[in-house]
Design a protein around this ligand. Structure first.
Ligand code: CP3
Length: 350
């Protein structure tokens, strides 16, 4: 079916005169209207599991900025919770989970097919959004990639170097791989159900892919992404998939080909000129303005935005940040970025 939404056209491989735009973490604490709805919900998890309020915060950045994509409001750590892990958020610090440290811990988790009861409200949010979005805006579902999700399940929290997950991988490879397989199966179930509920594109967040050495990257970032995308393509051949192996560096080259992803999301560790030569020939790329520009603003924000648009103008491109926008960002800088993408299409040199 021919696509009319700009985001879906780019994902189908079209080179558009102006790239579609959305932002990772576009619904979040930098927006006063988000903070108000979150206060109404009480806490972050209650917000995720309340379809009316989650629908509302998903729509807030669409109303304010007119982005081309609306990303479901939820979190990658809802999957561990649906598998039976305890999950809570400590204000100002981040997530905490019960830990998986041995085969008994792994065996105590639920089977992948049993996640839907917990995640029902998330599917309801997607059904709400399907009927509420402006016609040109695409609905994006998402999940964490198995390695990134496993790093939180093993450590019980975010870590700088993913040390506990690396340790389990070398000390008890069977348990580690069993956990990767379980999360892979659950992710297939989860994303498939999101598509059934109305997601038009899904994104796989592998935020910690960059901490895997070359052989491990192949086994635990590329391999599971390949398995998830193959299973989704079998069930939903027309739904595009964006893969985000953050920190992949040189391994960004060939990632789309090896996994079947329709689009690779770039972090700001690679230059857009390099990506144009090495990644974009395989299809759509997304990215990759450093999110710090949303805090600092100024001329550098505009010139870097234009540089990225220009460098990636020869192929399919979705404009985005290199990582999520941070709570200290200035909402006016987001508008400046959008204006620089949409209103200044002439190359700097002409
Ligand atoms: O992008 C979006 O707007 C959609 C919603 C979304 C959230 N988290 C909401 C959220 C998405 C796609 C995520 C993904 C996510 N969650 C990732 C992968 C992407 C990345 O940033 O690397 C990871 C690693 C998580 C786990 C997570 N959730 C952490 C480590 C934290 C705490 C850090 C923080 O920013 O507070 C969260 C909380 C979280 N997830 C918030 C939001 C809006 C802030 C919660 C709050 O309102 O207090």
């Amino acid at each position: 079916m021919a696509q009319t939404k700009p985001l879906l056209r780019a994902l189908a491989g079209e080179t558009l005169p102006t790239p579609p735009i959305w932002m990772m973490r576009q619904a979040g604490r930098y927006l006063p209207e988000y903070r108000a709805t979150r206060a109404e919900a009480g806490d972050f998890l209650s917000l995720c599991y309340n379809p009316d309020l989650a629908t509302e915060v998903t729509l807030q950045p669409i109303r304010r900025y007119g982005f081309d994509g609306a990303i479901l409001f939820a979190d990658i750590l809802l999957v561990p919770q649906a598998l039976g892990a305890d999950l809570w958020f400590v204000t100002g610090e981040g997530p905490r989970l019960s830990t998986i440290t041995d085969s008994a811990g792994l065996a105590a988790l639920r089977p992948a097919a049993d996640i839907h009861e917990t995640l029902g409200p998330i599917y309801q949010t997607l059904r709400n959004l399907s009927g509420a979005l402006p016609p040109e805006v695409a609905l994006i579902g998402f999940a964490g990639a198995p390695w990134t999700v496993a790093t939180y399940m093993i450590a019980g929290r975010g870590t700088k170097d993913q040390g506990p997950a690396h340790a389990l991988k070398s000390q008890d490879r069977a348990t580690f791989e069993g956990l990767i397989d379980l999360v892979t199966d659950a992710t297939i179930e989860y994303l498939s159900a999101q598509i059934d509920a109305g997601a038009e594109v899904v994104k796989l967040f592998d935020s910690w892919a960059g901490s895997l050495g070359a052989a491990d990257f192949e086994a635990y970032a590329l391999g599971p992404a390949n398995r998830i995308i193959a299973a989704l393509k079998e069930r939903h051949p027309d739904t595009p998939v964006i893969a985000f192996p953050r920190g992949a560096g040189a391994a960004y080259e060939g990632f789309a080909r090896a996994t079947g992803a329709d689009c690779v999301a770039l972090d700001d560790g690679v230059s857009p000129e390099w990506a144009a030569r090495h990644v974009q020939p395989d299809g759509c790329v997304q990215g990759n303005l450093a999110s710090s520009h949303m805090v600092t603003g100024g001329d550098a924000l505009v010139s870097e935005t234009r540089r990225i648009v220009e460098a990636l103008s020869g192929g399919p491109h979705i404009f985005n940040l290199g990582h999520g926008i941070t709570p200290d960002a200035d909402p006016d800088n987001v508008q400046r970025m959008i204006d620089a993408v949409r209103n200044d299409q002439e190359p700097a040199s002409s």
